[in-house]
Design a binder for this molecule. Structure first.
Ligand SMILES: [Zn+2]
Length: 460
């Protein structure tokens, strides 16, 4: 009896004590937390608790401090904490062609400079050096997930994974002989090998990347779709980027590029169409019906004068629209903050309506909607418990950002990539206090400069 009393007393004492805080791997504390969750909560001051690769709680700083103890803490006072940015279209190694040739029409630029430079330069070493440089730039500017299409994509995947970034990475299939394949069939075999190597990987989602409808015959396009279906992986393709592409489709098939691809049953879910500049209302209806995601690349489209994608009409039709930078050769950087701002400005101007693409929509396009485009909205794109811990800390203390009335306005209209101070992917801190931890920055830059000397010689 006495013993029972003693046990009860101990239990009662334990119940009276405040609960012990749960130990977690990381707390990002005391920031203005812009969640981009279903109710678009902004919590200030707020904190995010991360354990392993997952977000376990997003709440006020007080509640997180009471309930969790972090083995590591990042102080985000004076900063915004937000989901990492999702770049839905780029060609990472093309950072090595940054500024090589500007102010040219797309076909001149491609055929006189980019394709010949690629023919001479692209190798496993080239894509490794380029991907490391791109990864460094993305980590420094707050991109945590990117979508790629290039050559030697398995090398790109290894460099991406080593840098700690998340990627949907497509091995390019194109009709003419390229550095890693003599024929489209070779590319498809390469894609399959690459997809099997990274099947089930935490960070890398392999994809099939048919270049475009105008650079591939119908049989190869069908084979790309069949391979993606068989392996259960996404498809990445350029779509209706220029008026020339539409003309080609009309001459060859008497259809629009979107209509032609529909006629061969190419479209399906987890298909990422880059650009979608020249689309009819029928095209938009097809993309909506087939659940195709569109990557909008305002800077590349402006620089190459390709045209203006009907982003508002796509969104109204229910098509997921994300933002992309495109390759750095046509941008010329990978800064997704700039992509947000340019998207907002461009659509206000073209619609003659300053209410078009307001700041919250631009932010959604760079985060949760980008995740939807990639079919990853259940794991990334917002700060919510249960999602992967892909988040960034953005300093809001510079003169340019002072004062701050509305953090979302600031993220879109004044913030630059350089304002990012910490980048976390899958719970791993890739950059802290602006120091990148997963890459040797000096070596990456030195390697890129050395490779640029070879590029210079190759295009002479
Ligand atoms: Zn592209």
């Amino acid at each position: 009896m006495l013993r029972t009393f003693a046990v009860l007393a101990v239990v009662a004492a334990a119940l009276a004590l405040p609960p012990q805080p749960r130990a977690v791997s990381l707390i990002v504390a005391n920031g203005t937390v812009v969640t981009v969750d279903g109710s678009r909560r902004v919590i200030a001051p707020g904190s995010v608790a991360v354990d392993g690769r997952d977000i376990v709680a997003v709440d006020t700083a007080d509640r997180i401090a009471a309930a969790y103890r972090g083995r590591d803490t990042i102080d985000a006072a004076g900063s915004v904490v937000m989901p990492g940015l999702v770049n839905t279209h780029t060609h990472a190694p093309m950072v090595l062609f940054r500024g090589l040739a500007d102010d040219l029409a797309l076909m001149d630029w491609l055929q006189k400079y980019i394709f010949p430079a690629e023919a001479k330069m692209v190798s496993p070493e080239f894509v490794r050096v380029g991907t490391r440089l791109a990864a460094l730039e993305m980590i420094e500017s707050g991109t945590t997930t990117y979508t790629d299409m290039y050559y030697f994509e398995d090398e790109i995947a290894r460099a991406t994974k080593a840098a700690g970034l998340r990627g949907v990475l497509g091995e390019t299939v194109i009709q003419f002989p390229v550095a890693d394949a003599k024929t489209p069939a070779d590319s498809l075999a390469l894609t399959e090998r690459f997809a099997r190597e990274f099947a089930g990987d935490d960070l890398i989602t392999p994809a099939v990347a048919p270049h475009a409808m105008y650079t591939l015959d119908p049989d190869t396009l069908k084979a790309c779709r069949a391979l993606a279906d068989r392996l259960g992986i996404p498809v990445v393709i350029h779509l209706a980027e220029t008026a020339d592409e539409v003309k080609t489709a009309q001459e060859k098939y008497k259809l629009t590029p979107t209509g032609f691809l529909d006629s061969i049953n190419f479209w399906g879910p987890r298909t990422i169409a880059a650009h979608g500049v020249h689309l009819t209302s029928d095209d938009i209806a097809i993309l909506a019906r087939r659940h195709v995601g569109v990557s909008h690349n305002p800077e590349s489209n402006m620089k190459l004068a390709s045209g203006i994608a009907p982003v508002e009409a796509l969104r109204k039709a229910g098509v997921a629209v994300g933002l992309g930078t495109d390759g750095a050769a046509s941008n010329n950087d990978l800064d997704m903050f700039e992509a947000m701002r340019q998207a907002a400005f461009l659509h206000k101007l073209v619609n003659n309506d300053p209410r078009a693409i307001p700041a919250p929509v631009a932010l959604e396009m760079a985060t949760i909607d980008g995740a939807r485009v990639l079919g990853l909205e259940r794991s990334i794109g917002s700060l919510e418990p249960g999602k992967r811990a892909d988040l960034i800390v953005v300093s809001m203390s510079s003169a340019r950002q002072t004062p701050m009335y509305d953090p979302v306005s600031h993220l879109v209209y004044v913030t630059r990539g350089d304002d990012v101070t910490a980048t976390i992917v899958n719970g791993r801190v890739l950059m802290r206090d602006r120091r990148v931890l997963t890459l040797d920055s000096r070596q990456v830059l030195a390697d890129a400069r050395a490779m640029a000397d070879k590029v210079r010689a190759a295009v002479k």
